[in-house]
Design a protein around this ligand. Structure first.
Ligand SMILES: [Zn+2]
Length: 260
């Protein structure tokens, strides 16, 4: 699933390329095979002039001059591709002689979806150690599940939550309420740092996910991860272990030497 850095990488490419341009046509392919975009979204997009692309958490939004905006959720792989032209069975936009194609409409991708309530995101106003303390206080749920809850904090998914917890030295399965003040301060800084690094490196292109930017370029965050998708800790070289219980549906790795 693309997380904040991957969606931001897509946003930057699309914004640079299409800001100010008009969406000449919208093709919806055969909506029986995926969740069709809303009629309102198609109406807003068709003939609209793009005033820019924005991002809220893991959602990509296109602003259309005088028409409001349409939100996209990129689905499992986060793939949007730019093609000179060609057949497109599913959702695609024609902009300036190019086809911008959305690949994952079948796998949780959505076009014209309502934006859910999102918490503040690390690196933007509203997110700091004080805020993190407030949302962890009294919570028995695993800290990893809490920081991946988009209504509490926007942007962290499995990769970046795993890395932020490792950088902060905190095990993923610990109860939110068990973190002390110093650990919460470290975790707030770590969340900002791993997301900023992910954006700087153009996202993570791992074996089990196929993230590429709209021009087909991979990111390089995968070379800097210390835990996610690895067998040994990238900091101390020790073996990694998984939490006994799954967190948010996934086994969660950590290093017993670096994280307490
Ligand atoms: Zn370690």
């Amino acid at each position: 699933m693309p997380e904040l850095p991957e969606v931001e990488t897509v946003r930057r490419v699309l914004d640079r390329r299409y800001r100010g341009k008009i969406i000449a046509a919208v093709s919806v392919g055969r909506p029986t095979f995926y969740r069709a975009p809303s009629a309102r979204a198609v109406r807003l997009l068709t003939g609209g002039r793009i005033s820019g692309f924005r991002r809220e958490g893991k959602y990509l939004l296109v602003d259309l001059e005088g028409r409001g905006c349409v939100a996209f959720h990129l689905g499992m792989s986060g793939r949007i591709t730019v093609q000179e032209d060609g057949p497109h069975a599913r959702f695609a936009l024609r902009i300036g002689g190019e086809t911008v194609r959305f690949h994952d409409c079948r796998r949780f991708g959505r076009v014209g979806c309502p934006l859910p309530i999102l918490g503040p995101e690390p690196g933007r106003p509203g997110f700091d150690a004080g805020y993190l303390r407030k949302i962890l206080r009294g919570r028995a749920a695993p800290v990893k599940a809490l920081i991946m809850n988009q209504a509490l904090i926007a942007g962290l998914g499995n990769i970046y939550a795993t890395e932020a917890l490792h950088l902060a030295g905190v095990r993923p399965g610990r109860a939110g309420k068990s973190l002390n003040r110093a650990e919460i301060g470290k975790l707030a800084r770590a969340a900002r740092r791993v997301l900023a690094l992910g954006v700087e490196l153009g996202g993570a292109t791992l074996d089990d996910e196929s993230f590429l930017d709209p021009l087909g370029r991979p990111g390089s965050m995968q070379k800097r991860v210390k835990v996610y998708g690895r067998r040994t800790c990238g900091t101390c070289g020790g073996p990694l272990q998984g939490t006994r219980r799954r967190i948010a549906g996934r086994a969660s790795l950590f290093c017993a030497a670096c994280q307490s």
